[in-house]
Design a protein around this ligand. Structure first.
Ligand code: 5GP
Ligand code: ZN
Length: 119
């Protein structure tokens, strides 16, 4: 049996709140949401990060991404949405099964500072 936390979520041995699922991917609520509706999208094929993700898996994942975004939009009606992906511990990755974060944004009221700047 896999020791990977997210493989265990896929096989149901660890419970999760499903947002979206198809043959290739699974999306579920983050256990420590940064904002209301914070969701993780993962491939059902285990791969550690973007560096070892086959192109076919990337294609399956991004085919599902708009469906996940629309499910979040329908459920939470955010003003915007960040998608974020950490690859490697140096980049902040803590679970080593690839996942794309969907972080709904609610204007200035969501209390989250997540911006990139060159200055
Ligand atoms: P990372 O830091 O690797 O980009 O993100 C890992 C994410 O997985 C974190 O946002 C964390 O809250 C989430 N997470 C860790 N363990 C669990 C779990 O058991 N269930 C769920 N639903 N999310 C988890
Ligand atoms: Zn895994």
């Amino acid at each position: 049996m896999s020791e990977c936390l997210f493989c265990k979520i896929i096989d149901g041995s660890i419970p999760s709140a499903k947002v979206y699922e198809d043959e290739h991917v699974y999306a579920f609520m983050d256990i420590m949401p940064l904002t209301k509706g914070h969701t993780l999208l993962i491939p059902k094929t285990h791969c550690r990060d973007l560096f070892e993700m086959p192109e076919e898996v990337a294609s399956q994942l991004y085919t599902a991404a708009p469906k996940v975004a629309k499910a979040i939009q329908a459920a939470f009606n955010p003003a915007g949405l960040n998608t974020v992906n950490n690859n490697g511990a140096a980049a902040g990755q803590t679970v080593f099964h690839y996942h794309l974060h969907f972080i709904p944004r609610y204007d200035e009221t969501d209390g989250l500072r997540l911006v990139w700047t060159t200055s």
